[in-house]
Design a protein around this ligand. Structure first.
Ligand SMILES: [Zn+2]
Length: 487
C-alpha cells in the first residue's frame, strides 16, 4: 500500500486534508488534522513522552512560536537558513536551484554549494523553467523564515520560529537552575514550526507549518565518552549507513562506538532510545536506517549528523535529524544577549548539545503507510492498538427489540475512558470494515443474547474472531487491549 492509498484514506476518513480547502487558491503546504488524525497524532506524541521524555527523565517546555529577531541573529538563521532559488524570466515561477539540478541529473546536489557553483551546474545541464520552458535567472538565496512585525507602532521585527529548539536554548539557564538539574540534562518540546518552503508537496511530507518534537541533550563534552546509561543499550542493534558507504549494516551500539562510527557513548545511547521508540510505533526496524550526513548535507549548525530515515513508497524519508550542535547555540545566544550561559559541572562549562529533532507529521504519515494493509476483502490499518484513533466501536446488531438502548448504554459507559464510536447503520459486516480501515482494535456488538444474559461479542481487528464477554467485563478487556506497553 502506497502514498496514494494513504492519502485517499486520509481524506475520506478525516485523518488529514488541505487547509482552507474550500478555496480554490488555498496556499500549498498547510494541512489540517481531522478528528481521527488528531487522535492518532496525540497518541504518537504521548508514546514519545512515555518512551523518550519520561523514560529518560527529560524536562518538557512549551515555548512561544514568535521570537524576536535577535534570537535568529544569534542562532544563525538570519544568514544561514536560506534556500538557493531561481526565478523564471518568462512566467515568474520560483524554483529551488538544487532541486532543479537534481531532477535533471538524477543525483543528490549538496545544499551547501555556492550560488556560483549552482549557476554553473544549471548552465551545464541547460536547465529551463519546468513550468513553461522559459529562461532562468541567476541563483539567489531566499530566507525561509516568516517575518512578522510585533506591535502597532514601529513594529519590532520578529519571526515565526523555523525550529522549536531555539526556545529550549533560551530557556535552558532558568530550567537548569530552578529544576535543580545536573549535566547531562535533556529538555524536550512539542510544537509548531514554520518554514516558507519554496515547493511544499505531498501532504504531510513537506509542510510550511509543521509539528516537531525536539529533544536537546546538554552535556559536558569532556564526559560524553563515558556515559553511565550506555550499558542499558550497548547491545541494542542499529541499522547504520556510514558516510563512505551506500549500504546500511547492523551494528550493536557497543560496536558502533568502538569502531568510531558514532562519536561517543552519550550520542549512541540517545540514538538507541530513539530507535526503541520507533520500534513501538509498528514501523518495522528493517525499514529504518541511520544515515550519516556528510559536511555538505548537514544543517549549518551541526558538526556531525545522523538522519533517522524510513523507507516508504516515496523513497527514503527523513523522520528525525540527530545533530551534534556542539556549543554553537549557547555560544551564539551568550554573545548576542551579553549573558553568561556557562554552568557549573566540576568547573565552569558551556554545555554541548546533541539534538533529536523529530517530524511528527511525517512520523504519523509513515506509521499509516506501514500499517495500512490490503487483505482479501478488506483494508486494515494495523497500527498498534495503543495508537488506534478509535479504541472501540459499539454496534447494535439490529435497530429494534431494545438492542439500540442497550448499545447506547454501553457506549455511554465506555466514552469517558476511551475514544468510542457508535454505529448503527448498514450491515454488521460493513460496520466492521469501516472500523478496520481506521484501525479500531475492538468492536463490541449487542445482539439478542445480550438481552437474555448480559453478554456481548467483542471482535478483534486482526484475527476477526469474536469472543463473548459479560457486559461488566468489557471495560477491563478494552483497557488491557489498548494500554501503552509497559517497561
Ligand atoms: Zn516559467
Amino acid at each position: 500500500v502506497g502514498y496514494e492509498e494513504v492519502a485517499k484514506l486520509a481524506l475520506e476518513r478525516c485523518f488529514f486534508f488541505p487547509a482552507a480547502e474550500i478555496y480554490g487558491d488555498a496556499l500549498a503546504g498547510f494541512w489540517e488534522y481531522g478528528p481521527l488524525g488528531v487522535s492518532l497524532k496525540n497518541r504518537v506524541v504521548e508514546l514519545w513522552r512515555r518512551e523518550m521524555v519520561r523514560r529518560d527523565g527529560m524536562l518538557e517546555v512549551d515555548g512561544s512560536v514568535i521570537l524576536p529577531e535577535r534570537v535568529f541573529a544569534a542562532s544563525g538563521h538570519l544568514r544561514g537558513f536560506a534556500d538557493p532559488v531561481v526565478e523564471c524570466l518568462r512566467c515568474g515561477s520560483v524554483h529551488r536551484a538544487d532541486k532543479l539540478i537534481e531532477q535533471i541529473i538524477g543525483a543528490l546536489v549538496p545544499e551547501k554549494l555556492s550560488e556560483k557553483e549552482l549557476d554553473g551546474l544549471l548552465e551545464k545541464n541547460q536547465a529551463r523553467c519546468p513550468k513553461c520552458g522559459g529562461q532562468l535567472s541567476k541563483t539567489r538565496r531566499f530566507n525561509m523564515m516568516f517575518k512578522l512585525g510585533v506591535g502597532a507602532r514601529e513594529a519590532a521585527p520578529a519571526y515565526l520560529r523555523p525550529e522549536t529548539c531555539q526556545s529550549i536554548f533560551l530557556d535552558f539557564p532558568r530550567v537548569f537552575r530552578t529544576m535543580r538539574c545536573k549535566l547531562p540534562a535533556a529538555l524536550a518540546q512539542v510544537g509548531r514550526s514554520f518554514r516558507n518552503e519554496i515547493s511544499p508537496r505531498q501532504g504531510l511530507i513537506r509542510l510550511r507549518e509543521m509539528i516537531q518534537a525536539e529533544i536537546e541533550i546538554f552535556f559536558n563534552p569532556a564526559k560524553a565518552g563515558d556515559y553511565h546509561k550506555f550499558r542499558l543499550v550497548e547491545d541494542c542493534e542499529l541499522s547504520i549507513q556510514p558516510l563512505d558507504s551506500s549500504e546500511r549494516k547492523p551494528f550493536s551500539c557497543k560496536q558502533a562506538v568502538k569502531e568510531g562510527l558514532i562519536a561517543n557513548e552519550l550520542i549512541a545511547y540517545y540514538m538507541a532510545l530513539l530507535q526503541q521508540f520507533y520500534d513501538k510505533t509498528g514501523i518495522p526496524g528493517s525499514e529504518m536506517r541511520y544515515r550519516e550526513m556528510g559536511a555538505e548535507e548537514r544543517a549549518f549548525y551541526a558538526e556531525q549528523g545522523w538522519d533517522l530515515e524510513v523507507r516508504t513508497s516515496l523513497g527514503w524519508l527523513e523522520l528525525v535529524a540527530c545533530n551534534y550542535r556542539t556549543d554553537y547555540d549557547l555560544r551564539g545566544h551568550a554573545r548576542e544577549s551579553g549573558r553568561d550561559l556557562a554552568i557549573m559541572d566540576e568547573g565552569k562549562v558551556l554545555p554541548h548539545v546533541f539534538e533529536l529533532s523529530m517530524g511528527i507529521d511525517r512520523t504519523v504519515y509513515s506509521i499509516m503507510e506501514h500499517s495500512l494493509t490490503r487483505e482479501k476483502e478488506r483494508l486494515v490499518l494495523k497500527v498498534p492498538p495503543y495508537l488506534a484513533p478509535i479504541q472501540v466501536a459499539v454496534f447494535p446488531l439490529v435497530n429494534r427489540k431494545g438492542l439500540p438502548d442497550e448499545a447506547k448504554r454501553i457506549h455511554n459507559m465506555l466514552r469517558t475512558s476511551f475514544d468510542v464510536f457508535y454505529d448503527d447503520s448498514g450491515s454488521i459486516g460493513r460496520r466492521y470494515r469501516r472500523q478496520d480501515e481506521v484501525g479500531t482494535p475492538c468492536c463490541v456488538t449487542v445482539d439478542y443474547q445480550t438481552m437474555e444474559d448480559k453478554t456481548v461479542t467483542v471482535r478483534d481487528r486482526d484475527t476477526m474472531l469474536q469472543d463473548r464477554t459479560g457486559v461488566d467485563a468489557i471495560l477491563g478487556h478494552i483497557r488491557e487491549k489498548v494500554s501503552f506497553p509497559s517497561g
